[in-house]
Design a protein around this ligand. Structure first.
Ligand code: AMP
Length: 393
């Protein structure tokens, strides 16, 4: 059974084609600058990499080229081989607690939810509509970033604001990165042969979130009404006092959306360091004694440790703390700094085992009170697995 996982941005389309029998990636790639001058695509397959510049006016053009290339590169022999398409959709609101087969009603709801995810949901729909046009008979599934977090109770998901804001306008915590946290939960449950674990899942990438999981279910998460909340990120502030917004509006002569834009795009590592969004640059600066990089790294670590500590107490202890995402998987230094601050909880990192990148591995000592793991996340595979489950149902 062959499934394509799709993750669309407003001008991009990322794909992975899986053979689900052995969960092998047959091909993967990225279509970029769709609708912009210089549009191009990269396809990786069978140890080869093809990169070409080609005119793509919209996502339907990209999907057409993708399917044509899958055949001309002999990755598949006919389009009939594609059994299903799984789409990443960021916001499923409160309606979708799990993945769903796409029909017109789903499309309508995803469109309605664009009010909550104005950049992301329309992009998801571009991909859905493009495949609907080109492969109308192939079943499609929507996998929502918010779905895994729908098990939070109201104490976790409500903000202490006027209750009518929640009732009338849906103001509450939704949480994001749910597909990644769900994948991590699944891998750890398989590793332990148990699903009654207390897990703190740290997805630390350019965007980052931390989730508390009990018995396989999310009970709290660090992102909120939007993906701006929580820990310090590449360009996002994470949690701040909201009174800063009107204050800066007045001082800098900006409107509210300009300030929120700065909190999304000019804050986090970039805001604090004044120059870098990439954690590798921050880490290099930290090592060479750059004061602002030291400040940035320490602030990031403090914010991560703060959420871990919060969730450790919420869960009543933790069996496992996992690290995923570009930083979580690849930075022994960041994991070490986090673990050092958790020593007061009896958590002990195995420094040698920690010296690894991108590999599923236990990295705590045998006598550590909580096990530490690196779990390379795989949202694409999770989307493909959800797609298979739904089309086989
Ligand atoms: P993601 O959004 O999950 O792709 O993660 C992107 C982040 O991971 C960026 O801040 C990268 O600097 C970081 N990252 C990727 N590789 C490494 C590495 N080898 N060491 C430290 N950070 C890394």
């Amino acid at each position: 059974m062959k499934i394509i996982s799709i993750n669309c941005g407003s001008s991009s389309l990322k794909f992975s084609l899986f053979e689900m029998q052995n969960k092998e990636v047959l091909a993967s790639g990225l279509f970029e600058r769709i609708g912009i001058e210089g549009s191009c695509y990269t396809i990786k397959y069978n140890g080869n990499k093809l990169k070409e510049e080609v005119l793509m006016e919209n996502h339907t053009d990209a999907v057409g080229i993708l399917l044509e290339k899958l055949i001309s590169l002999e990755i598949i022999h006919s389009l009939e081989e594609i059994d299903g398409i799984g789409h990443r959709v960021v916001h499923g609101g409160t309606k979708y607690k799990e993945a769903v087969l796409i029909d017109d009603k789903v499309i309508e709801y995803v469109d309605e939810m664009k009010e909550f995810a104005p950049l992301h949901n329309p992009a998801g729909l571009l991909g859905i509509n493009a495949f609907k046009e080109v492969l109308p008979k192939v079943p499609m599934v929507a996998v929502f970033d918010t779905a895994f977090h729908q098990t939070m109770d109201e104490v976790s998901y409500l903000y202490a604001v006027p209750y009518e804001w929640y009732e009338k306008h849906g103001v509450r915590k939704y949480g994001f990165h749910g597909t990644s946290h769900r994948y991590i939960t699944k891998k750890i449950s398989e590793e332990f042969g148990r699903d009654d674990l207390k897990i703190i899942s740290c997805h630390l990438g350019n965007g980052g979130s931390i989730t508390a999981i009990k018995d396989g279910k999310c009970i709290d998460t660090s992102m909120g009404f939007t993906p701006l909340a929580g820990i310090v990120m590449g360009t996002r502030s994470g949690d701040i006092d909201p009174s800063i917004i009107p204050y800066i509006m007045e001082k800098e002569g900006l409107n509210a959306s300009e300030v929120v834009d700065a909190l999304n795009k000019k804050s986090g590592y970039l805001g604090l360091s004044g120059k870098y969004t990439d954690s590798r640059d921050i880490e290099d600066g930290y090592k060479s004694g750059d004061k602002r990089c030291i400040l940035t790294e320490e602030k990031f670590i403090k914010s991560v440790v703060g959420y871990i500590a919060n969730y450790y107490v919420l869960l009543g202890g933790a069996d496992v703390i996992c690290f995923a995402g570009g930083i979580g998987e690849n930075s022994p230094e960041a994991r070490m700094m986090i673990a050092e601050k958790l020593a007061c909880l009896g958590i002990k990192l195995d420094v040698e085992k920690n010296n690894v990148r991108g590999k599923f591995q236990k990295i705590s000592t045998e006598d550590s009170k909580t096990a530490l793991y690196i779990v390379p996340t795989d949202e694409e595979l999770m989307i493909a697995m959800d797609t298979v489950a739904l089309i086989n149902r």
